[in-house]
Design a protein around this ligand. Structure first.
Ligand code: URA
Length: 260
């Protein structure tokens, strides 16, 4: 649909006093103060259209406020983030870690938030977890005969500033920062999104389940297929060793979907 036409419709509905509009294709953690009910996650494989998870999330104000994706760009999003002080994470960060990689990537990996090394360098996934992620991407692709390097994908996080002591980002921090992630995803519009770990799965899908339950299946975010898999930091822990094989299986599915 023509975005300007959609905008005019929304303004018309708003003038009529309509306040709630629900997106049945895009479950979110929540949108500006609107509490999100439990999301029903799809378990059937793509490309079935019934795979779309359903969330009753009011998106009225957000739709009106969101830039038209055809006029948005990664540069503009970075500019809008600016020297961000919208949440407490700015107090302890060194650098904002926006994202890195191919702006036309077929695959976007979404992590949780920068760690110490990322905070120092201003780049996502460059520490130990990042090295493992790079190896997972490049080795899996090579074994599957897919010519894919880390530089071919796009990598970013739910929150752009390092949480102190690498703690899990809090709901209000995710709420504040995730609109920038959503804009990045709308601009890149990859063929597949990979949610690395529970925070990314929750921000994108509203999912409250753990990764063990969510992984290996397809979901959707704004109609883009999403695969949930283990966060590389978990795979580095002694308790995560057994999960490596499953993560490799998940990536194989993603790469074949994106490149076959
Ligand atoms: N962990 C993340 O979630 N993101 C990074 O960028 C690095 C580690």
């Amino acid at each position: 649909m023509n975005p300007e036409f959609l905008r005019q419709c929304l303004l018309y509905f708003r003038d009529l006093g309509l306040r709630d509009l629900y997106d049945r294709t895009r479950p979110l953690a929540s949108v500006s103060g609107v509490r999100t009910p439990e999301v029903q996650l799809a378990t059937d494989p793509l490309p079935s259209s019934s795979a779309a998870p359903v969330a009753q999330v009011s998106i009225f104000d957000e739709l009106l406020a969101a830039p038209d994706p055809t006029e948005d760009s990664l540069e503009k999003i970075r500019q809008d983030i600016g020297d961000c002080r919208r949440c407490r994470l700015h107090e302890s960060r060194t650098r904002i870690v926006f994202g890195d990689g191919n702006p036309q990537a077929r695959i976007v990996f979404v992590g949780e938030g920068p760690g110490a090394e990322e905070d120092a360098q201003g780049l996502p996934f460059v520490g130990r977890a990042g090295q493992l992620l790079t190896a997972m991407i490049e080795n899996t692709a090579q074994r599957e005969g897919i010519p894919l390097k880390r530089a071919d994908v796009y990598i970013c996080n739910v929150v752009k500033c390092r949480p102190p002591e690498n703690r899990t980002p809090r709901p209000d921090e995710i709420e504040t920062c995730s609109p920038f992630l959503f804009r990045q995803l709308r601009v890149i519009r990859p063929k597949v999104i990979v949610a690395l770990g529970a925070t990314a799965a929750r921000a994108l899908l509203g999912a409250r389940e753990g990764v063990t339950k969510l992984r290996g299946k397809w979901y959707r975010w704004e109609n883009i297929p999403v695969m949930v898999t283990y966060h590389p930091s978990f795979l580095l822990r002694p308790t995560g060793q057994a999960a490596k094989r499953e993560a490799w299986e998940d990536l194989k599915k993603v790469f074949h979907y994106a490149y076959d």
